[in-house]
Write a protein that binds this ligand. Structure first.
Ligand SMILES: *[C@@H]1O[C@H](CO)[C@@H](O)[C@H](O)[C@H]1NC(C)=O
Ligand SMILES: *[C@@H]1O[C@H](CO)[C@@H](O)[C@H](O)[C@H]1NC(C)=O
Length: 250
């Protein structure tokens, strides 16, 4: 009799262990699912998640976003060729979320935020920038103050092999502006002449908006693409039901 009870206990415990295994949560603890799609809740929970999310999630293949590395990025422009090397972009962890809109039925998601970002690395550049001839290489540091961005994402719902629902991304578009100020610190813009280098650098900073508009977009494209890919990886790893308590629309 006693033996029988003990055997049942063992089986029961194994069953419980199985159930817990089956219910293993994939979402990290900093994901707080909202009970509704109010912007108020979504902003709060997105803001809460960002400082941790940017550290990456190795077991879900989500890369580190702060700092993130741009090994090499060439920006081909009319009359100027600029290449960035070993760029390190930091600051995402402190981005401020301005709005989040989730329209589950319309499969539409909007994320709006602003950030201060710093890009550090090396560059080389040959050609002309605005009026100035440039032939330089050296250390580069670019600071963006209150870069504002709005990302519009069209989503879809998919099922994984285990039959769980997931958010998916169909496509996205974004708009941005360079915000309050972009500061350039590019060393040695004109090889061999410190004076000319300094003159050109001062000129670039005085005309930061024009300069940013000339060659900023490829860098911003790169950053947005990386962030979107990270979100995509996250969505394909973590089931829908762990991200929101609002049922999936049929
Ligand atoms: C959602 O509802 C549950 C149960 O009422 C509550 O414990 C939880 O805090 C709510 N979540 C949010 C984000 O408000
Ligand atoms: C960016 O820096 C400026 C000036 O230091 C500060 O006023 C602003 O609040 C910062 N913005 C963010 C998103 O941290």
């Amino acid at each position: 009799m006693n033996f029988c009870v003990a055997a049942w206990c063992v089986i029961f415990n194994i069953l419980i262990a199985f159930c817990q295994y089956g219910l293993t949560k994939l979402a990290p603890d900093y994901i707080i699912p909202c009970n509704d799609t109010s912007s108020e809740c979504l902003i709060k929970s997105t803001q809460y998640a960002i400082p941790e999310f940017v550290n990456g999630i190795p077991n879900l293949n989500v890369p580190v976003l702060d700092p993130f590395v741009i090994d090499k990025l060439t920006i081909p422009l009319n009359g100027l060729k600029v290449t960035f090397y070993k760029g390190k972009v930091s600051g995402f962890r402190k981005c401020i979320v301005d709005n989040v809109i989730s329209e589950l039925e319309k499969r539409h998601f909007v994320l709006q935020f602003h950030c201060n970002l710093t890009i550090k690395g090396q560059y080389d550049a040959v050609g002309r920038i605005l009026l100035f001839p440039i032939n330089g290489e050296g250390d580069a540091k670019v600071k963006l103050t209150n870069l504002r961005m709005k990302v519009n994402i069209n989503t879809k719902y998919t099922k994984d092999k285990e039959g769980r629902n997931h958010f998916g991304l169909r496509n996205y578009k974004y708009t941005f502006d360079y915000g309050d100020r972009v500061t350039f610190d590019l060393q040695n813009l004109f090889k061999g002449s410190k004076e000319l280098s300094q003159t050109v650098l001062t000129f670039l900073n005085e005309n930061w908006k024009l300069v940013a508009e000339e060659f900023g977009k490829p860098i911003v494209d790169y950053a947005v693409d990386l962030v979107i890919k990270s979100i995509e990886k996250f969505f394909s790893a973590v089931p829908y039901e762990e991200l929101t308590n609002v049922p999936i629309p049929l």
